[in-house]
Ligand binder design. Structure first.
Ligand SMILES: NC(=O)c1ccc[n+]([C@@H]2O[C@H](COP(=O)([O-])OP(=O)(O)OC[C@H]3O[C@@H](n4cnc5c(N)ncnc54)[C@H](O)[C@@H]3O)[C@@H](O)[C@H]2O)c1
Length: 323
């Protein structure tokens, strides 16, 4: 089962699981999911799309009954997109906490393995870089802004997984670092790479927040899906390590500033390049985010393989052909 399976990463993960011969059910309430994302899956005999809520034990059980059993839960349902963190903090917290608790309970009941899609935001405002798997989380005072509705509830999701591991859950945690790919949402509620390409496609200016010197590690969705897949697939780490309770940062090692990213997007789109303007960012945005992926390498044999320049070119070649 892939919760959030009609979303950006979830849909590609469903494709990957099907290609490996699994029977897959995607559970999504279509808050941000799109059935177009699943066009390659929907024709597959081993695939089911269930419209429902990952916080609902009945909807989760419906997925179980549909497949006649579930032995692996990839829990990706969440409300992603920075603008939502500020605008819909309650809903962000609700989905992160309640869907995670409900899916953990079901995975325990079913004896299924569990992979939580957490986030580097679970480290809050941590300043030590690169972020190691066991880095401390640091959160500012809650009165300052609402941004950590997302990060702090992802942090609690991780606590819930560790607690359930003590109760017998085969739980693992992955933290994707700024994914990008063709299906990433580029609207006002979307994420950075897609928003920049969206600006180019509509021939508007690219907005870069603040002075544009804040950095991210932009990771191609194919690399992320490989990490999710391995985290769910392997019984033990590649050197025989215990996987229960292991956490994996999944992110590119190319640290890029948002201004450089905007310039790289303009370079890739050539004659369609647009102006870059500086605008006010969101409160609480971190200035740097760089992962230490040692655990992913040691346990999963995972390392990011797609260079940003190549990834941006691939995304643009697909996007420019779309209506
Ligand atoms: N994309 C990234 O760079 C990134 C980075 C860090 C963490 N993550 C995490 O990875 C996961 C997938 O992210 P994504 O980028 O694919 O986001 P996404 O928004 O594209 O996908 C999330 C999906 O969850 C669905 N959903 C929301 N609430 C639901 C509910 N109550 N019940 C069922 N479905 C629900 C949405 O409709 C959407 O299809 C999320 O948990 C996200 O927090 C993503």
């Amino acid at each position: 089962m892939v919760t959030g399976g009609a979303g950006f990463i979830g849909s590609s993960l469903c494709e990957r699981l099907l290609s490996e011969g699994h029977h897959v059910v995607a559970l999504d309430n279509m808050f941000r999911g799109r059935s177009e994302n699943l066009e390659h899956c929907l024709t597959h005999d081993s695939f089911h799309l269930c419209s429902g809520d990952a916080s609902s034990p009945e909807d989760l059980q419906g997925c179980f009954d549909l497949l006649g059993g579930i032995d692996l839960v990839h829990h990706l349902a969440a409300i992603n997109g920075t603008r939502w963190f500020h605008k819909a903090a309650r809903r962000v917290i609700d989905v992160n906490i309640n869907a995670t608790l409900a899916t953990i309970d079901k995975a325990l009941e079913w004896g299924a393995r569990y992979v939580l899609a957490s986030s580097p935001e679970a480290f809050g405002d941590a300043k030590t870089m690169p972020l190691k798997e066991d880095n401390e989380s640091v959160f500012p005072n809650s009165a300052q802004h609402q941004r950590f509705a997302y990060g702090a509830s992802k942090y609690l999701d991780e606590v819930a997984v560790y607690h359930a591991v003590r109760e017998g859950l085969d739980g693992r945690i992955v933290r994707p670092f700024n994914g990008y790919g063709v299906r990433l949402m580029g609207d006002d509620y979307g994420q950075v790479v897609a928003m920049m390409f969206h600006a180019v496609r509509s021939q508007q200016v690219i907005h870069v927040h603040g002075d544009g010197q804040q950095t991210r590690s932009l990771t191609h969705v194919d690399d992320l899906v490989e990490g999710f897949y391995l985290a769910g697939h392997l019984d033990r780490g590649i050197k025989g390590q215990e996987m229960r309770g292991a956490a994996f940062n999944l992110g590119s090692q190319e640290e890029v500033s948002m201004l450089t990213l905007a310039q790289a997007v303009n370079e890739v789109v050539g004659s369609q390049a647009v102006d870059i303007v500086f605008s006010e960012g969101y409160h609480g945005d971190s200035s740097r985010r760089l992962p230490d992926c040692s655990n992913a390498l040691e346990y999963l044999g995972w390392w990011p393989s797609i260079l940003l320049s190549d990834g941006l070119r691939t995304v643009w070649s697909r996007l420019k052909g779309q209506p």
